[in-house]
Design a protein around this ligand. Structure first.
Ligand SMILES: [Zn+2]
Ligand SMILES: [Zn+2]
Length: 168
């Protein structure tokens, strides 16, 4: 099940990246894609001298505050190091990168190495009046994006999402 950021969230991510580049007077901003899947929250790529920043929408949906804006700063810092030093002889999370993170105002956390358990499926915990219910990603998507309503077969009340996610 793909889960995608809404337009406001996407725009906020792009705006944050632009702000970090402008802080370091390092225009232009490379292409930004919100299409990364799997275990990394973010990725900086360079191919044939063309840079790209990619972010994992699942990571931001799962824990917005852990990744906004720290994960964006993390990947922008890779880009800034590349622009200043090139990719040879610089370790990915070495001193140059750490200094750049500090200049952007962030601790040098390697947050994008935090394993995302994207391959397992999530269980969304809903509540009615009498108990909790475990909904899979498909039904959660229908509730949050399509306006579906589920009711408890025991108490007949509507199931409400309590912002709790578990893994199965
Ligand atoms: Zn990194
Ligand atoms: Zn109930």
């Amino acid at each position: 099940m793909r889960m995608d950021l809404n337009r406001n969230q996407s725009n906020a991510i792009i705006a944050a990246a632009e702000r970090f580049y402008s802080m370091m007077e390092s225009a232009p901003v490379p292409g930004i894609r919100l299409d990364l899947r799997g275990r990394a929250a973010g990725q900086w790529q360079v191919r044939n001298g063309i840079e790209r920043l990619r972010f994992n929408p699942e990571a931001f949906l799962l824990d917005w505050h852990a990744h906004f804006p720290a994960t964006i700063a993390h990947e922008v810092a890779h880009s800034l190091v590349y622009r200043q030093y090139g990719s040879a002889r610089v370790r990915p999370h070495g001193q140059e990168w750490k200094n750049t993170m500090a200049a952007l105002g962030f601790p040098p956390a390697i947050t994008h190495c935090t394993p995302l358990t994207a391959r397992r499926s999530r269980v969304y915990i809903y509540q009615c009046e009498c108990r909790s219910h475990r909904l899979g990603p498909r039904r959660h998507y229908l509730v949050t994006r399509q306006g579906y309503r589920y009711t408890c077969t025991d108490c007949g009340r509507r199931l409400l999402f309590g912002d709790r996610v578990e893994w199965k």
